[in-house]
Design a protein around this ligand. Structure first.
Ligand code: AMP
Length: 171
């Protein structure tokens, strides 16, 4: 199935020069959504993850149904101040300034858990790379990354530690 055709491109959003990959058109298509989750699950199953970790907020949309399909739990990684219990946090570089991601300290447990990191898009790789550091801080094993979309020109993989990277669509 050609899910690339279901992803809408919006030029100059959220600012000039960014060609935004809008996944809402993929999400509202019943076959497209089903295919996306099934295809991710098929490719990720051999990684034998114990948990799927998804980043706020579009990582939640794909991460939770993928976890369901893989029979694993889902762990949200959130922007600062959103999670109610004690957190681990990691800072990472944005184009201008720094940002922070957080995860519940008792979520990435036990330490021998195998973790799969999921997001909608890998662009510069900064977000996924920071999430990987967060996972590795806890001693858990990172078994791979899965993204629906890879923006290959940005070579985001260079910010990721050595682990399998699964993607469905390249731009
Ligand atoms: P990254 O640069 O890899 O850290 O990307 C950060 C986040 O921004 C990802 O989680 C994507 O959801 C989002 N993102 C970055 N670039 C785009 C784009 N061109 N279209 C849609 N989402 C994007």
């Amino acid at each position: 199935m050609d899910i690339k055709a279901l992803i809408r491109e919006i030029p100059d959003f959220p600012k000039p020069g960014i060609n935004f990959k809008d996944i809402t058109t993929l999400l509202r298509d019943p076959e497209g959504l089903q295919y996306t989750i099934d295809a991710l699950a098929e490719k990720c199953a051999p990684l034998e993850a114990d948990f799927v970790v998804g980043m706020e907020s579009r990582g939640f949309i794909f991460g939770a149904p993928l976890a369901c399909k893989l029979g694993t739990g889902f762990i949200p990684v959130r922007k600062p101040g959103k999670l109610p219990a004690a957190v681990h946090s990691v800072e990472y570089q944005l184009e201008y300034g720094m940002d922070r991601l957080e995860v519940h300290q008792d979520a990435l447990h036990p330490p021998e858990s195998k973790i799969l990191i999921v997001d909608d898009v890998i662009a510069t790789g900064g977000t996924a790379g920071a999430t990987a550091r967060l996972v590795q801080q806890t001693g858990c094993t990172l078994v791979g990354f899965a993204f629906v979309i890879e923006l290959t020109a940005l070579n985001g993989r260079k910010h990721l530690p050595d682990a399998p990277v699964i993607t469905l669509v390249e731009f």
